[in-house]
Design a protein around this ligand. Structure first.
Ligand SMILES: Cc1cc2nc3c(=O)[nH]c(=O)nc-3n(C[C@H](O)[C@H](O)[C@H](O)COP(=O)(O)OP(=O)(O)OC[C@H]3O[C@@H](n4cnc5c(N)ncnc54)[C@H](O)[C@@H]3O)c2cc1C
Length: 457
């Protein structure tokens, strides 16, 4: 068993790992945990730090438990507050944050009772030095040696799109981090028109929140295909089968074109295509592992957007609210790829869209432009200080397709043709290895396996 473990990250993944370790540590074990939370309310992280009641989970309550052994844990928590809630409901993310905080408090109390020493460090770790027999964690002047360290850093801080010029960034009217804007809306005056770049689930959150706060603002939201995420069905649709036959057919020849044809055929033969997508979820990591590198790259180029729309769906009530905004003429969707964003006078930005199929370049103007282009996991161009340090020093290798770090399926980071024995990652950083690695159902599984491994030593 590793006696001292450093957990680096303040979100749900770190909280799940801490809780699993506290739960599983043998009585009397001399276990020390150094938890670097990066500040903020420990456990909530980015997704569950929102205070808005409009921001809903995109997974039904019954599947959002923090522990593999208790997938209904969140539902039980929510029902203690309101017995009328159902497992099929999409509940507010801030309520989920409350649940995470309560689980963290429970884990800390359990740890104390079991003699597990937890040191919560409310700061970011600055640097790591992995070695064969341990990892040194550097924060400011302090260097702490651990037997093992786990990176639970979530997605990377968003970078402005190429083509956004310095004046646009300097004026504060181009927003790269939408969550910071939503946390402090009063600092920005209501614009006549706002442009939202991206049309995924983050764009949907941003549109609903800003439309409520600025009732007179008109919104233009754009993406390459101009399409919103699909919507969940009002009631849960259980997969018609376990996906086994389809998975076997996919495995026979892992080629993207063939896979897409098989998926289209399966969807056409099912009562609802969502059941086909959902039946693949337990198999996605295995399928991704079998897909050759060039086919993965092809998937990212040609099919990623369609997969994300179908896989990461909006709750039905959210879809209705977005439709209502469109019907009221307050939201317009456009197809296009952003070529440039420049200042157009003191109080406006001009967004130029690349010319497409014989059409000339189009421009849009807005008093505010918000970038919501999905989770950033590209280590090759990140500004995240700790990850930059790891990459620059050769301790971590960026995934060649921009999907986090190169790692083994058990989370150990690779470097120089081998894996560090005691440096692990969990969550979004493992997308290159696992693809499906950002949501709670996968993260809680990783937390469980990793806790068992760390305690086994
Ligand atoms: C808007 C949004 C909605 C989502 N909705 C759902 C949903 O409904 N259901 C679902 O299952 N999943 C959802 N997800 C997926 C989400 O990624 C996971 O559920 C989960 O929040 C991931 O937690 P995490 O701990 O991996 O990452 P994060 O929540 O991003 O936490 C990472 C933490 O690490 C900290 N950190 C960064 N650098 C350092 C450092 N150097 N030292 C110490 N700490 C550091 C950060 O400050 C942050 O607190 C959503 C994601 C987003 C962005």
């Amino acid at each position: 068993m590793y006696r001292r473990v450093a957990i680096i990250g303040g979100g749900a993944a770190a909280a799940a790992l801490l809780s699993e370790l506290a739960e599983r540590a043998p009585p009397g074990a001399a276990l020390h945990l150094d938890w670097y939370t990066g500040g903020g309310r420990p456990g909530r992280g980015v997704a569950y730090g929102t205070d808005s009641p409009r921001h809903l989970l995109n997974v039904r309550a019954a599947s959002m438990g923090m522990f593999t052994g208790k997938p209904q844990g969140f539902l039980d928590y929510a029902r203690r507050l309101d017995p009328s809630l159902a497992g099929t409901d999409f509940l507010p993310r801030r309520l989920y944050g409350d649940y995470l905080e309560s689980e963290v408090a429970r884990a800390l109390a359990l740890a104390r009772a079991r003699g597990v020493d937890v040191r919560v460090v409310p700061f970011a770790a600055d640097a790591l030095v992995p070695e064969a027999d341990g990892v040194t964690v550097v924060r400011g002047e302090e260097q702490a040696r651990a037997d093992a360290a786990v990176l639970a850093l979530g997605a990377l801080p968003a970078q402005p799109l190429a083509g956004v010029d310095a004046d646009a960034l300097a004026g504060g009217r181009y927003v790269t981090d939408p969550w910071a804007l939503l946390a402090q809306p009063s600092t920005v005056p209501a614009p006549e028109q706002a442009v939202v770049i991206g049309l995924g689930l983050t764009a949907v959150d941003v549109l609903l929140e800003l439309a409520a706060r600025w009732p007179a603002t008109h919104f233009v939201a754009l993406s390459r295909h101009g399409r919103l995420p699909e919507s969940h069905l009002p009631a849960a649709s259980a997969p018609a089968d376990d996906g086994g036959a389809l998975v076997d057919a996919l495995r026979e020849a892992p080629q993207l074109r063939r896979w897409l044809r098989l998926l289209r055929e399966a969807a056409a033969a099912s009562a609802d295509w969502r059941t086909v997508i959902d039946s693949l979820r337990p198999h996605t990591q295995g399928l991704w592992a079998e897909l050759p590198a060039e086919e993965r790259a092809r998937f990212l180029r040609h099919a990623r957007w369609a997969w994300e729309r179908a896989r990461h769906r909006m709750p039905p009530q959210v879809a209705e609210e977005i439709t209502a905004l469109e019907r009221a003429g307050r939201l317009e969707r456009r197809r296009g790829r952003v070529q440039a964003v420049r200042a157009a006078g003191a109080d406006r930005l001009r967004v130029t869209l690349a010319p497409a199929r014989g059409r000339p370049a189009q421009t849009l103007e807005g008093g505010l432009v918000v970038q919501t282009v999905g989770l950033d996991t590209d280590l090759r161009r990140t500004a995240h200080p700790l990850l930059r340090q790891l990459v620059v020093n050769g301790h971590a290798l960026p995934d060649p397709l921009g999907l986090g770090v190169q790692a083994e399926p058990d989370g150990r980071l690779r470097h120089d043709g081998e894996a560090w024995p005691r440096l692990f990652a969990i969550g979004s950083l493992l997308r290159g290895t696992l693809w499906e690695s950002t949501a709670m159902p996968e993260i809680r599984q990783q937390a469980r396996s990793l806790a068992e491994r760390l305690l086994a030593g």
